[in-house]
Ligand binder design. Sequence first.
Ligand code: ATP
Ligand code: ATP
Ligand code: MG
Ligand code: MG
Lengths: 227, 227
Amino acid sequence: MIRVEHLTKVYDTGIVRVQALTDVNLEVRKGEFLAVMGPSGSGKSTLLNILGCLDRATSGSYHLEGIPINTLDENELAHIRNRKIGFVFQTFNLLPRMDALRNVEVPMLYSGVGPRERRKRAWEALEKVGLADHALHRPNELSGGQRQRVAIARALVNDPDIILADEPTGNLDTRSGLEIMAIIQGLNRQGATVILVTHEHEISRHAQRVVHFRDGRLVRTEVIAEP
Amino acid sequence: MIRVEHLTKVYDTGIVRVQALTDVNLEVRKGEFLAVMGPSGSGKSTLLNILGCLDRATSGSYHLEGIPINTLDENELAHIRNRKIGFVFQTFNLLPRMDALRNVEVPMLYSGVGPRERRKRAWEALEKVGLADHALHRPNELSGGQRQRVAIARALVNDPDIILADEPTGNLDTRSGLEIMAIIQGLNRQGATVILVTHEHEISRHAQRVVHFRDGRLVRTEVIAEP
Ligand SMILES: Nc1ncnc2c1ncn2[C@@H]1O[C@H](COP(=O)(O)OP(=O)(O)OP(=O)(O)O)[C@@H](O)[C@H]1O
Ligand SMILES: Nc1ncnc2c1ncn2[C@@H]1O[C@H](COP(=O)(O)OP(=O)(O)OP(=O)(O)O)[C@@H](O)[C@H]1O
Ligand SMILES: [Mg+2]
Ligand SMILES: [Mg+2]
């Protein structure tokens, strides 16, 4: 399903040069639930952005369901992102001038879902994350954890094959965090492949396998007993 | 030091009306270390913003070292914020077009510190949070946890009397989180008053007292054994 070989990412802006990922090799089976852990700055978000077709590797290869992602142009990448991937960003990335409901509808605009179906599915997604009564709030009228949950609802609303979640519970109290993990785990059981970055040991135990990063390298793999 | 009585905050934008805080009564002694916990949306950031003079209560009173904060105008509030308070925002709020070093210098510009001293103290603050080698990165060239640590360095660089920290370890791995708590605890021992919002039980144990919020009300106080 996902195959990454000798993946390297260097950021070079002239002033600043950072080797964010070095020689990463990773395979993720269809339907697997993988957790990604490691210290701050160790390359987790960088990896997720490349897997999510939001950024390109500097060298190495990335195959998604056999498709060599490096060879695709921007339009093809956007198409894959929209059809296959649901992405929960570490910094939420909501559109500031739309309310929560419209923010959740955005992925469905790109995939051509009609207006009545969009509205219905957006309401259901917000109910699922406990935010139906905040649907008309804009992001600056929401708490940190509420914004995070809107970002989660938006990622799941197109029922994606692959869920990439960058610290989806970082701003949530324990109980909301467990509710979100239950939703994600439910989708995984229905067949979605899940790659989830987390700092929290508790959260990582929901996965079947955990890979650990340090200084841009994948240094350790941990197999977890059936959760 | 801090005295809040019958504090209520209502957000009313026409479309949306939310009672974010209801009848909150709280006293914080000089030099105390208080943790604030509660579910997502329970009013923690709202409280911190009012304590930090970034927002005004709808009703009730707030006295800071005997000064009735409700009666101050914008200039007086800004003066108090800059001289007395270091604020770590839940969403970091870094200036996107400045590098980490200049972001950390910002509070010192307002308090009239000279350029050489600013530069020196900004470097020291970044070293303290382990980011000296990222000083020339701008926020979009930093990981989530790195941005959070820049926000922390910026809050502490003026050696404030009061530290208000809104989930300062939410984006940090366990070890970086403990390093940050050690810094904050050190400042508390030197006399700073600390009010820290957290979702993490472990982190709350560093405080001397924990107040719990639910639906905008302070529902429970917990005294912790000497940490
Ligand atoms: N500007 C605003 N306009 C309207 N409602 C708001 C605004 N800011 C916050 N709220 C609402 O006030 C309530 C409390 O928000 P607050 O940010 O204080 O919660 P919190 O306890 O910090 O939550 P979290 O743990 O998720 O950060 C929430 O229901 C939120 O939707
Ligand atoms: N656009 C960029 N330009 C330059 N360097 C960057 C850029 N984005 C990230 N970096 C650097 O790459 C490294 C890895 O960043 P990344 O965001 O992947 O870390 P992370 O593991 O997600 O960290 P965190 O847990 O703090 O979110 C960091 O040292 C960061 O400073
Ligand atoms: Mg990250
Ligand atoms: Mg908050």
